[in-house]
Ligand binder design. Structure first.
Ligand code: AMP
Length: 249
């Protein structure tokens, strides 16, 4: 069985994101980029499934600027087998991404697609769900545990009330949550090995998907900075302030 893992290049989660001066988006120039953290968890899960003998190939797919190939290399250094890169001329919305990925899935026939529950740049949380609908495959979102048997995947999902375990028929799309696993670091020998692993470059025009954005961003703003707090000397003072200044009681 093949496992396909879509991986997105996003601003590194340690970086403090800055809004561009013209408010058209966030600053990407000279900003450290990295693999979307949820996608690292997805790659790790695919590796664990392969190591358990339930898969024989892990294919990473990334859509974005040419530097997205570095993101694929990161996953290859973790242990994935090969990559597919689709260069996009501009930012692609989740529906376009889902259509492109569904096309690749039809060519590659994986038994599982494991992706992040969301990309931390747009926080859309849409691609996995849309992809499973386009393919007509089962879906299991927000996975915090996955086990496979024959043609089914047993997936524990993090939901509001606790944990829900569902059984889905494969092929399936699984989107992963934070607590599923702790991704491994790539070792130096594996980083060297990854340089020789193949990355196929597929032209977006050959996939027959209209990637014209359907949304237009009107304005991006910094969140309001919080005012500094004050310390009160007594409960009485707190109550007076809540009554007279904040007028909340
Ligand atoms: P989103 O729906 O944008 O929050 O993204 C959910 C997941 O879809 C991500 O964690 C990735 O696994 C995948 N994905 C989204 N955008 C891309 C992209 N441009 N290239 C590859 N995978 C992507």
């Amino acid at each position: 069985m093949k496992i396909m893992v879509p991986v997105k290049r996003v601003i590194d989660y340690n970086v403090k994101v800055r809004v561009k001066q013209d408010q058209s988006g966030v600053e990407l120039n000279n900003v450290k980029m990295a693999m979307n953290p949820f996608d690292e968890i997805a790659v790790e899960q695919a590796l664990r499934i392969k190591e358990a003998g339930d898969a024989d190939e892990i294919i990473l797919v990334s859509i974005g600027p040419s530097q997205s190939q570095e993101t694929i290399r990161t996953g290859l250094a973790m242990g994935a087998d090969r990559g597919i890169f689709i260069e996009a001329p501009h930012e692609t919305e989740p529906l376009s991404v889902a259509k492109l990925l569904a096309n690749i899935a039809k060519q590659e026939n994986p038994g599982l697609i494991i992706c992040g529950k969301q990309a931390i740049d747009d926080d859309s949380n849409q691609t996995g769900q849309m992809m499973s609908a386009l393919l007509g495959w089962s879906q299991a979102t927000f996975a915090s545990a996955v086990s496979l048997s024959a043609n089914t995947a047993l997936v524990t999902r993090e939901i509001d009330g606790g944990l829900e375990t569902i059984s889905v028929k494969m092929p399936a799309v699984i989107t992963v949550d934070l607590r599923l696993n702790e991704p491994r670091y790539a070792s130096l020998p594996n980083i060297m090995k990854a340089k020789k692993k193949p990355i196929d470059v597929i032209s977006i025009d050959t996939l027959g998907v209209d990637i014209t954005p359907r949304l237009s961003v009107l304005k991006v703003e910094e969140p309001e900075t919080r005012k500094a707090g004050i310390k009160v000397g007594s409960v009485e003072e707190l109550l007076t302030k809540l009554q007279d200044e904040a007028k909340v009681i």
